[in-house]
Structure formats: structure tokens, C-alpha cells
Design a protein around this ligand. Sequence first.
Ligand code: ATP
Length: 217
Amino acid sequence: MQKIGLFGGTFDPVHYGHLAVGKAALEQLDLDSLIFIPAPSPPHKQSDKITPFYHRLAMLELAIGEDHGFSVSPIEAELQGLSYTIDTLTILRRRFKGDVTFFYVIGLDAFAEISTWKQYQLLLSEVSFVVIDRPSHDNKTCEEIVCTELHGYSASGEGCWRNENGSTVYRLVMDPVAVSSTEIRELLRNGKAVEEMVPPAVIEYIQAKSLYARDIL
Ligand code: ATP
């Protein structure tokens, strides 16, 4: 049985925070691989402000380079309309033919919104969630979200909650990387350096394609 991590997001652009999260998930959960899955049309973001999908995909490919544990999938380009994770999972299940356990990797800020996701209860029962600490707007902890906003979960060891159907949420501990794509776009718009936040190959791509320049945003 393979253990595959799924890391969805907008990745506009990908940064060292994303890569650190991916690495921590791979190592701490002993995953066989981790797939970055950029969303063409993320339901929670305004689509006219997002960089075209093919650029975000290309930057991810450059960011992971030759790292063998990581891959990037354009699978959500196959979805019609908004990119809902439950629909992505349906395609992935067909493709992997059941011989796999999926772990959905997510930052705490995004997990805090989980009850607004399409068919989130079904999603929670289909994959284990792996939640990484990151300040969320109301500063709720992972435990508060699991125990007050989701149904039927109870603690099952340190940083792990399970419900009666066997759905599991893990809290993943790693040194925080205080960086966001929003901050990077803002810095680039103001002509500031982002070397400490973004891999060199991605910076070269951003410059070559004139992404995030003042007149574009
Ligand atoms: P933006 O600032 O545009 O909202 P972002 O930096 O949050 O972007 P996304 O692509 O939206 O990046 O995030 C994808 C996933 O990665 C989400 O689950 C998010 O919580 C998580 N994530 C992003 N940056 C970090 C970070 N620095 N530490 C932990 N998790 C992160």
C-alpha cells in the first residue's frame, strides 16, 4: 500500500514555506511521495487576480527540480469550473486504483475554513488531513477546529484525532516559515528582493515572464 501526500494550493508563486511543509510531511509521515496540486480556479480566491495556471505550474516544476520525493500534477485542469478537492480526489482514486492511502496536507489557516469546502465531511472521511501550524485569522488551534467545528472526533495520541468512522486528522510539527505568496507578490510589485523566500529558478522565471510587475497587478 502506497502512502501519497497531496498538497493543494494556489502557489502564486510557490515559496520556501510550501517546500518546507512538503518536506516535513514526507519525512514525518513517512510518505512514498508528495504531489503538489495547483488549482486552476481556487474556490476561495478571486480568479481575475490569479496568475495563469500554466505559469504557476511551471514555477512549481522549477521549484521542486530534481527532488525525488516531490512531483507536480496538473490534474485539476481536468475539472470543469471551480477546483474542488473532493472532485480531484475522485479522479485520483480512479487513477491509483485503490492501492493507496492519501494524506491531504494543509496549513492551519486553510484548515480553519474546512467546513466551507464542498462535501467536506465526505472529504474528511476519504483522506487523512495533515495540518501544519500557521497563524489563521482567528488564531484557532488545530485542536479547537477539530473538536468544535467537526463532528465526532476525539484525541488519539499526541497531535492526532480520530472519529468513529476512522477519519484521522494529524497535526504536523515543524519550524514555522513565516512567508506567504501575498507578501512575495507585494514585495515584487514594489521592486523588492525575494531571494530568501523563493528558489532562484522561480525568480528567474518570474523575471523572464514579467510576472507580478506593477502594471499587471
Ligand atoms: P496567498 O498568500 O496568496 O494566500 P499562500 O502563501 O497562503 O498564498 P497557498 O498556495 O494559498 O499559499 O497555500 C497552499 C497551502 O499551503 C495552504 O494549505 C496554506 O495554508 C499552506 N501554506 C502556505 N504557506 C505556508 C507556510 N508558510 N507555512 C505553512 N503552510 C503554508
